[in-house]
Design a protein around this ligand. Structure first.
Ligand code: NDP
Length: 281
């Protein structure tokens, strides 16, 4: 059977990225797993999952080192997303953090650099640092993570057009962002980057998901990913260090959910009817 191509998503500056990428949280936490993690990331790239999400926080920087090692010599094939910790996100701290990340990633530029979540430093200072990093060619563009609607409004008040994404918790069991955050970002053509798309595995035990998976001769993880991939302007970044699961996640792209599937999923995982604060993991 021919493999369905991974769809692409346009960022506000016109760059296109794979809608299905790879996460790296918890990679690098155990030296004994390093070779397996590197092999999984490379296999994912070979299958087209070229957007790689990492952060200075993950394993204290070791996840970034793993990304650097996995893609040494293949830099131009990947789109690197990394993140600065809020406690580092001052004007000078952001630049220093980015330079440390670049070293660990063995590259001269990060394609998309995010503020991991809101913290103490003034947002205007973080944005000033992002502007300097862009001017110096160290990052290509910037975005945010774990920003609720009011945070986005504040951001847009400071810099209307610069933000390239908001990376937030989004999966079938975490739909509260559909009430206001998703419409607000969509209005500005800012893609959502959905983290923990299978709720770190906890979603997979759900009966509704199992039923639909059986109907499609698929797995619950594939259905959960296929559902997210149907959402407009949504980039999905599952993490796996297991080769078989990398292939399984990749194959979610070929699954076409029909109206009956969507109705069953909406019954099992209703969209919110009122605003709720953004959830985080
Ligand atoms: P995910 O929902 O991607 O789940 C990852 C877990 O599920 C791992 O334990 C993995 O195990 C397992 N898994 C992966 N695929 C399958 C499958 N097909 N069947 C069964 N189990 C599977 O959770 P994450 O929290 O890792 O989220 C994805 C990425 O999003 C992160 O890695 C990180 O890059 C980003 N993130 C960002 C956050 C932020 O604050 N900005 C917060 C959380 C995540 P194994 O590896 O052993 O296969």
């Amino acid at each position: 059977m021919p493999t369905t191509a991974i769809p692409t998503i346009s960022l506000p500056d016109g760059e296109t990225v794979a809608a299905l990428g790879q996460g790296t949280w918890h990679m690098g936490e155990s030296a004994g797993k390093r070779a397996q993690e590197i092999a999984a990331l490379r296999a994912g790239l070979d299958l087209g999952m070229s957007l790689i999400d990492t952060a200075e926080m993950y394993a204290g920087g070791v996840a970034e080192e793993i990304v650097g090692e996995a893609f040494a010599g293949r830099r131009d094939e990947i789109f690197i997303v990394s993140k600065v910790l809020p406690e580092n996100a001052t004007r000078r701290g952001t630049i220093a953090a980015c330079e440390r990340s670049l070293k660990r990633l063995q590259t001269d530029r990060i394609d998309l650099y995010l503020l991991h979540w809101r913290g103490g430093p003034a947002l205007a200072d973080t944005l000033a640092a992002f502007a300097t990093l862009i001017k110096d060619g160290k990052i290509r563009r910037w975005g945010v993570s774990n920003f609720d609607t009011d945070d986005m409004e504040e951001l847009w008040g400071l810099d209307g057009d610069g933000c390239a994404t908001n990376q937030v918790l989004y999966n079938l069991s975490r739909r509260s962002i559909e009430y206001d955050l998703v419409p607000a970002c969509r209005k500005r053509r800012i893609p959502i980057m959905a983290y923990s798309p299978i709720e770190q595995g906890r979603l997979l035990r759900h009966a509704a998901l199992k039923d639909i998976a059986t109907r499609h001769n698929a797995t619950p993880a594939q259905i959960a990913l296929a559902w997210l991939l149907r959402q407009d302007g949504t980039i999905v970044i599952p993490k796996s260090a297991t080769l078989a699961r990398i292939r399984e996640n990749r194959d979610s792209v070929g699954i076409q959910l029909d109206d009956a599937d969507i109705a069953a999923l909406d019954r099992a995982f209703p969209s919110p009817k009122a605003p709720r604060p953004l959830e985080m993991l």
